[in-house]
Unconditional design. Sequence first.
Length: 375
Amino acid sequence: SAQAALFCTPGAVSAMRQFQRLVDEIRKWMPFTPSEQVTILGIRYDASDELAREEFLEDFRSRFLLTYRSGLEPPLQLTGGGSTASDSGWGCMLRVMQMMLAQSFTDLTLGRRWRFNESEDLRAGSDYLQIASCFLDVPEAPFSLHRLVEAGQTLLGKAPSTWFGPTSAAQAAEHLFAKLAEEATSSSSSSAPAFLKGVGCAAFLDGPIYKADVFERFDSGCSAVLLFVCRRLGLDYVNLEEYREGLESCFQLPEFQGMASGNSTSSAHFFVATHGDSLLFLDPHRTQPALRSEEDVRQASGLRPERPLPLPWSSLNPSVCLAFLVRSKQEFESLCAKLCQGARERVFEVLERQINYANLEEVDVGEDDDMVLLN
């Protein structure tokens, strides 16, 4: 009908997106208290109980919050001249990727039951500060914004100040892991903390998980492998009837390290928990002074979120990247079996190896990052 056609015009769609973005921003500032079962990175809490709720909040506040930064030194050189000393407005997915990496490193070095303790974790040489040092806003840091941007430029031709989606962020991170492995086997000195030695990464950009790729990492000497599984689970919105149950059950798995995605209209978020009809996330959209040293982390009293922020499942962006950490071939085999069970088999596909079809044109999956990011 003419009325239906009116609501499908580009102008109407744009107005609806802007309205949804406003709703999502307002939701961030509304008081939120978990009041039912909540699952965060493999652990369940009954948040209707006050003690359990406080335990959940302590767990959530122990995650790393990494946000936009200003005063980057050196500034990022822009294509065509000029420079920028901040990633505000475009670097949100790279900050989400940093948070997902930080969570994985925390699980690897401190364990899932670790909780932040200022007197212990901010002392010089602590594991916490070693993890934080990976994300300092200096080119020497292994997973700094500078290095992620450089990787995006090298791999995908993404100019500095260009936004990333989940897939391209995963590609950039995988590239940096490969560079760290090269440094470890060469005579060049590495600035990476010792715990990163032996950590590999496998990014699956087009859906299937190829077991041979992960086995290859372990065979080459890795003691742990971080998996990034990138999927697009709908057009403008996630097909919740098809995928919600499988996605939601991932938050129950001990190997799960969080999900990079965003809301349906604007920005990237790091999702770590589920609660009723919502996901709970950490938000990188706050600009703070650049972190140049461990002392800056100490002065900030750590890199911690104040509270969980909810996003309805119905507002989840269909482009997602899910992270899993495995410490052996046996753990990986076990994870693959879990991902092929029940509702999760509608989200994941596990194959023995990638099939190389002859005489097919190479497909660039790096630009299949069609999150609608207005920032």
